[in-house]
Design a protein around this ligand. Structure first.
Ligand code: COA
Length: 376
């Protein structure tokens, strides 16, 4: 009998050609290309193409993909109305999940094995997620939804839809790199959740809404928002040591630290830290950065034996906040990027599909009598 592995740790759930990571060396590759190289040379849309189609696009392929994305950014007014009806103090991830699930009712792309359906639904989802995120951010404050602008790139357009202003080039370039870094990460919880849904041959909108729901949790994508709250709560460099030591004593998790696979600092955290320095030179520094650096040092002192180091969520929140983005939008931004990885896995899954049906180890009672309600 196979041994039970809590959290399926170490249990292969799929064969994949999309990304690979070496947790002891801190190496992450998308389709065989190092994340550092993509962060330096690529841009999010090209990386999304790479993930979806397994190769870097030629110039005409990229132009077509980019144009298709620009053409599908708008969301139907009924989706805008749906978003308007959601509580303004709800979490944007819940709004995103609801709107993505609703998209599937407008685009009944049910033949998930048809490459044309796979292409157009991937385009719609990658193009529309930023519009939904920006729409909820504005509508919940009582501001009007801003229509996307076709002349702007994906990331520039997202920032434009948030504020109504064409963003600073450096800021949008840095955010675009953040999207590359968040686009894919092998068999994580949300990808697995999307795969399970895809294995039932559910439509891509249902697949992505499952994955969005899973990403929301504090042990997954929701950690980035909580890192910022934690840094703000600590408030100063001197208070870091007592805070961390108290957390460790109470056996509580430190947000943005630790990873199931990485046993060294997450390479994306290293890139994000470098990007924060670049951003601060441009927009002014954040007091939270010094607190984060001190925290990294003290966590290393105490938890390096358990191989707990900063993960992708540790520096991303500081960066997004310095860009003027609200903390509860951090995880939706993660989803805007990760949708490309989720879709790549869903397409891979249905090409050689087996519905997921793992075993469980039954530990409950057997051969019980039915006790009538009057005797219980
Ligand atoms: N803070 C403090 N201790 C931590 C820790 C953290 N963030 N992450 C792991 N540890 C410790 C555990 O307490 C455990 O110690 P023990 O062996 O004495 O019990 C040990 O390291 C191994 O942890 P484990 O729970 O087995 O690791 P995991 O692979 O199941 O968990 C995470 C991985 C990501 C869920 C976990 O590191 C975590 O909760 N991190 C904080 C949330 C976060 O940032 N999530 C985003 C991930 S990208």
């Amino acid at each position: 009998m196979l041994e039970y592995s809590p959290g399926l740790a170490g249990v292969p759930a799929a064969r994949s050609k999309i990304s690979s990571l070496d947790g002891t060396k801190g190496i992450l590759e998308y389709r065989g290309i190092r994340i550092e190289t993509l962060a330096e040379k690529s841009h999010f849309i090209e990386t999304a193409y790479l993930l979806l189609f397994g190769k870097l696009p030629t110039a005409p392929e990229l132009t077509r993909f980019d144009q298709d994305l620009r053409n599908h950014r708008r969301i139907k007014y009924r989706i805008v109305d749906l978003i308007k009806c959601l509580p303004e103090n709800g979490h944007p991830m819940d709004a995103l999940q609801a709107a993505v699930a609703a998209l599937g009712m407008f685009y009944p792309d049910k033949d998930v094995l048809d490459p044309k359906i796979q292409y157009i639904s991937a385009v719609r989802l990658i193009a529309k997620l930023p519009t939904i995120v920006a729409a909820y951010t504005r509508l919940r404050r009582g501001d009007d939804h801003i229509q996307p602008r076709d002349d702007l790139g994906t990331t520039e357009n997202f920032l434009y839809m948030l504020s109504g202003k064409v963003p600073d080039k450096v800021v949008s370039e840095i955010l675009d790199i953040c999207l590359i870094l968040h686009a894919e990460h092998t068999m994580n919880a949300s990808t697995f959740s999307g795969l399970v849904t895809a294995s039932t041959l559910a439509d891509p909108y249902t697949v992505i809404s499952s994955a969005v729901g899973t990403l929301e949790g504090p042990l997954h994508g929701g950690a980035n928002e909580r890192v910022l709250t934690m840094l703000e709560e600590i408030g100063s460099v001197e208070k870091v040591r007592p805070y961390i030591e108290a957390k460790i004593k109470a056996k509580e998790r430190i947000m943005g630290m630790g990873h199931r696979v990485y046993k060294v600092k997450d390479p994306r955290a290293t890139i994000l830290q470098g990007l924060s320095k670049r951003l601060f030179k441009h927009v002014g520094t954040s007091p939270l950065y010094e607190i984060a650096v001190e925290m990294e040092k003290i966590v290393e002192e105490h938890l390096s034996d358990k191989k707990v180091y900063p993960n992708v969520d540790f520096y991303s929140g500081i960066l997004y906040q310095a860009m003027g983005i609200e903390p509860d939008s951090f995880t939706p931004i993660f989803a805007m990027a990760r949708v490309s990885g989720w879709l790549a896995h869903a397409i891979e899954q249905v090409q050689d599909n087996h519905i997921f049906r793992p075993k469980e180890i039954y530990e409950g009672n057997r051969a019980q009598d039915y006790v009538p309600i009057s005797n219980r």
